[in-house]
Design a protein around this ligand. Structure first.
Ligand code: G1P
Length: 290
């Protein structure tokens, strides 16, 4: 069956970016001129996803407005002949986006469970907003291509420094059935550094079969006393195969301050409008830094 649907959880409180996120959804923080969530939606679109469900919560209204049309603004840009800007504004309205609110955030697994009716009996992808991925083929599409061959759930993983494994879900890898595609013996959420089964961490892209909902409905709280998606996937792996696909492209973690800053600089160095000035500025600044 074709993978057509994506779920993007966006109900988190964004406490790492307080006070900026007191009244602003963290998914709306821009990298240069685009909210982080737009990068995720664009990856979905490029991968061939047709329908997206965004799981929101209190204070996330601006996300809905961002993906809606703004007739007065569009009319104004048209009248002034600002066609490039008009195209930019219209880009965010030509995809089917649905919204659901998670009223009591109880963890990532619980957020995904709210997508049960939207997903129905189809395979689907989960895309986490803190990770912006770049590669020749979008990561979501890479997972979809794996699925075309295996018809099994497949998670994206990436090698991370050993001392950081406790921030992630980590896999205990088995054999590689194809280069870069691992069988998985176990999925562990936020393991102790000494006990982690590998340095292969789950990064924010998952392709899941609908049976994951049966697991989520009965999932007990795990790490951080939250309903963990990783725990439900580990149980799914007991009844049907779940694979891990190793991502070899670039991952930008915008979920913490320094990662957000680094991403802004790297994307700025590629942005046609600011790249030359930014490069010159960084060189100049580098001379002053000891
Ligand atoms: C979540 C997942 C974790 C995954 C991580 C990737 O954790 O629970 O398995 O490795 O995203 O960014 P969080 O970052 O929400 O703590």
């Amino acid at each position: 069956m074709k993978v057509r649907k994506a779920v993007i959880p966006a109900a988190g409180l964004g406490t790492r970016f307080l006070p900026a996120t007191k009244a602003l959804a963290k998914e709306m923080l821009p990298i240069i001129d685009k909210p982080t969530i737009q990068y995720i939606v664009e990856e979905a679109k490029k991968s061939g996803i047709e329908d997206i469900l965004i799981v929101t919560g209190k204070g996330k209204r601006p996300i809905e407005d961002h993906f809606d049309s703004v007739p007065e603004l569009e009319q104004n840009l048209k009248e002034k002949g600002k066609h490039d800007l008009l195209r930019l504004v219209e880009q965010t309205t030509d995809i089917n986006i649905y919204f659901i609110r998670q009223s009591h955030p109880r963890g990532l697994g619980d957020a995904i469970l709210t997508a049960k009716d939207f997903v129905g009996n189809e395979p689907f992808v989960v895309m986490l907003g803190d990770d912006i991925m770049q590669d020749k083929v979008p990561l979501t599409q890479q997972l979809m291509e794996r699925y075309d061959q295996t018809h099994a759930s497949t998670l994206a993983v990436m090698k991370v420094p050993h001392e950081e494994v406790n921030k992630y879900g980590v896999i205990d890898p088995g054999a590689q059935s194809q280069p870069g595609l691992y069988d998985v013996k176990q999925f562990v959420e936020k393991p102790d550094i000494e006990k982690a089964p590998s340095d292969l961490a789950i990064i924010g892209r998952y392709l899941l079969t609908p049976e994951i909902f049966d697991m989520l409905e009965t999932q007990k709280p795990g790490a951080g006393n939250e309903i963990q998606l990783t725990d439900a996937i580990d149980r799914l792996n007991q009844i049907q195969r779940v694979f891990a696909h190793e991502f070899k492209g670039d991952r930008f973690d915008v979920g913490y301050k320094f990662g957000y800053l680094k991403t802004s600089i790297e994307f700025g160095l590629k942005h046609p409008e600011v790249k030359d000035d930014l490069k010159a500025y960084i060189k100049e600044l580098g001379k002053k830094l000891k």
